[in-house]
Design a binder for this molecule. Structure first.
Ligand code: AGP
Length: 621
């Protein structure tokens, strides 16, 4: 999730864009760059690291011009570096592109462009776009349209994007098209700011909110031609469209959170897109498919696996607990889950046929990194499922799968968890097909269900009003129990962790079958019990757990499936989700629990995004 900005007007562009990039820094900042049209040429400044590095570079080597674009990067393809920083240029150095998103078919496009003589400088998927536009410019000129004055560039961009598959919010400058920015959007956010005699673009409104509150939000498959006097809008087919101009009422802080009160709730609502981004371009082909090609986990490696160890901390550990079920069920490989900080104390018998799967949002968690190093010392191979390209864990790993969720600003992990689960189920499916444990037809059914998950998460988000009522009723409680079984037991653990880490209420997640072996002694009218009882093979046993709790005067919050009979008591709360197959239900069942934790914490006046005693990335052991 990168940040893109653009300006065309009468003022010097660079100070405006640097300010805009600072407002978008929460969208990722492993490198940044700016390009400006200066006379008949385009000049570029790029720097690895935080924006302050680019600031220093511009201080030493200023960029002048009233037309420019800028970018702050959250790496997806290619490590954080100056070479991989945007803007990217074509072979003539007169054309630049900045991009937020993922070009799914960049490898096949790159092969064709290299064969046509294009020279690439970076490892990024984005650079394909600028050379593709260059190729169209070379060939075009015959498709000029008379009704606006930069036909060649618009037409070249339009044609290039019709060859592209994937997600993008992008902006293009051409030294031969002064005064013009061409922008386009599919799947990634892009908004145009309309000033007086100046026009802006950004990934989010904070990019230009200091200059104008008039905004036009592009929809998927739309393009824009920006000039100082305003913007015009088109479809990818080239048809002109009228777009409503909205007035942004948010203050800057709210704008950074997309109008939400906290980053955490914004990120909870981003989870459908996080799931989509984590699976993008990784579904098919299954056999010797995209996952193997992207991670290097060849069918031979997958077939030769003896044992898998999943290691992580906190929320990522809960993702591993679910991943184990999927790996054993779908790929027929014995799998163990280890808390990373404990893994290193075990005398594991590890060898080259063992795969340690390290799951981490930050890729910098000291305990998980220590476990990875321990695994490698013992000869095992390491596969990292991580949200941060170029992080320490990914540099130590043999294979990497990035979850592409963009920066997660809330300390309590939410959308990264969805990305981790998506990555783990994709790994289990691809490994199952490669090992012959899963028929392609079975794999396709699971992939079809996975593709429906973003919609199911959106349906779960609709429970928020009901969840707010429950939070109002229970936010003064001092203890909670969360119980579930099988695939959703880790979700009980995750729901409890969410509550305790942001509301400071003591909460425990337990395997429901364990209730009678001790924890039921805690049950009285004062400890609400969250029961995850959605449709599954263990649903009847959870119904018994509800009766056990009620028989002791306990109060349940029951997460159930629509259409299922639930014997709820008069003090119980029931939340219903659309019925679904249990295999992927953890990806959806976690959402109401995140929302409950969030609203209880807000009602208790807690600092939801920066809870006491916690850090976003625990880089100490
Ligand atoms: C989860 O909400 C916490 N922020 C914490 O448990 C976190 O999941 C854990 O520290 C692991 O972090 P990582 O995913 O960056 O490795």
């Amino acid at each position: 999730m990168c940040g893109i900005v653009g300006y065309v007007g009468s003022r010097q562009a660079v100070p405006i864009l640097m300010d805009g990039l600072r407002r978008l820094e929460y969208r990722g900042y492993d490198s940044a760059g700016i390009a400006a049209v200066s006379g008949a040429a385009i000049e570029r400044r790029r720097a690895q690291g935080k924006l302050s590095q680019l600031d220093a570079l511009l201080e030493a080597s200023p960029l002048k011009g009233t037309l420019a674009v800028g970018h702050t990067r959250w790496a997806t393809h290619g490590k954080p570096s100056e070479e991989n920083a945007h803007p990217h240029t074509d072979c003539t150095k007169s054309l630049v592109v900045i991009h937020n998103g993922i070009i799914e078919n960049y490898l096949e496009l790159k092969e064709k462009l290299v064969a046509a003589g294009h020279k690439f400088e970076s490892e990024t998927d984005t650079e394909v776009v600028v050379h593709l536009i260059e190729e169209k410019l070379r060939a075009s000129g015959k498709h000029a349209k008379p009704d606006f004055n930069d036909p060649l560039l618009f037409e070249a961009v339009r044609q290039a994007l019709n060859d592209v598959r994937g997600a993008y919010a992008l902006a293009v400058l051409w030294a031969k098209a002064p005064g013009t920015i061409i922008a386009a959007k599919t799947s990634s956010p892009l908004v145009i700011g309309l000033g007086t005699g100046e026009t802006f673009l950004g990934s989010d409104v904070p990019a230009f909110l200091d200059h104008t509150r008039k905004a036009v939000f592009l929809d998927d498959g739309e393009m824009a031609v920006l000039k100082a006097g305003g913007a015009s809008f088109f479809t990818l087919a080239g048809r002109k469209v009228e777009k409503p101009v909205q007035t942004i009422a948010w203050n800057r802080s709210m704008a950074e959170k997309g109008g939400h009160k906290h980053f955490m709730i914004k990120e909870i609502y981003e989870q459908p897109e996080s799931c989509e981004d984590s699976m993008r371009g990784r579904l098919f082909p299954l056999r010797d498919g995209v996952l193997q090609r992207e991670t290097g986990l060849s069918p031979d490696v997958l077939k030769g696996l003896r044992q898998i160890y999943l290691v992580a901390c906190g929320t990522a550990h809960h993702a591993c607990m679910i991943g184990r079920y999927w790996i054993e069920d779908l790929a027929d490989v014995p799998a163990q889950v280890e808390i990373a900080s404990e893994f290193r104390y075990r005398q594991h018998v590890l060898g080259p046929k063992d795969l340690v799967v390290a799951v981490s949002q930050s890729g910098e968690t000291a305990d998980t990194l220590a476990a990875v190093r321990c695994a490698k010392e013992k000869g095992a191979k390491v596969f990292a499922v991580c949200n941060s390209v170029g992080s320490a864990i990914t540099r130590a790993a043999d294979y990497n799968l990035y979850t592409h969720c963009g920066p997660e600003c809330g300390v309590a992990s939410t959308k990264a968890f969805i990305g981790q689960l998506t990555g783990l189920v994709l790994f289990a499916v691809h490994a199952g097909v490669a090992r012959g444990a899963l028929k392609e037809s079975q794999a396709r059914e699971i992939i079809d269900d996975l593709v429906r998950i973003p919609g199911r998460i959106r349906a779960a988000l609709k429970l928020e009003p009901r969840i707010i009522e429950i939070a109002k009723a229970l936010h003064k409680k001092s203890n909670f129990l969360y119980i579930a079984r099988h695939l959703n037991f880790p979700i009980a653990m995750e729901g409890a962790l969410k509550l305790k880490e942001i509301s400071y209420i003591h909460a425990e997640g337990y395997a429901a079958g364990e209730l009678k072996h001790g924890p039921i002694a805690l049950v009285d009218g004062e400890i609400p019990v969250m029961v995850i009882a959605t449709r599954s093979r263990v649903q009847e046993k959870l119904a018994s757990n509800v009766m056990e709790v009620r028989a002791r005067g306990g109060q349940c919050i029951i997460l159930a499936s629509e259409g299922d009979k639930i014997d709820a008591g008069k003090n119980d709360f029931v939340l219903r989700l659309p019925a679904m197959d249990e295999l992927l239900s953890p990806l959806v069942n976690v959402v109401p629990l995140q929302l409950l934790a969030y609203h209880i914490a807000v009602l208790r006046g807690c600092d939801v995004d920066q809870p006491r005693n916690l850090a976003k990335s625990v880089t100490v052991e």
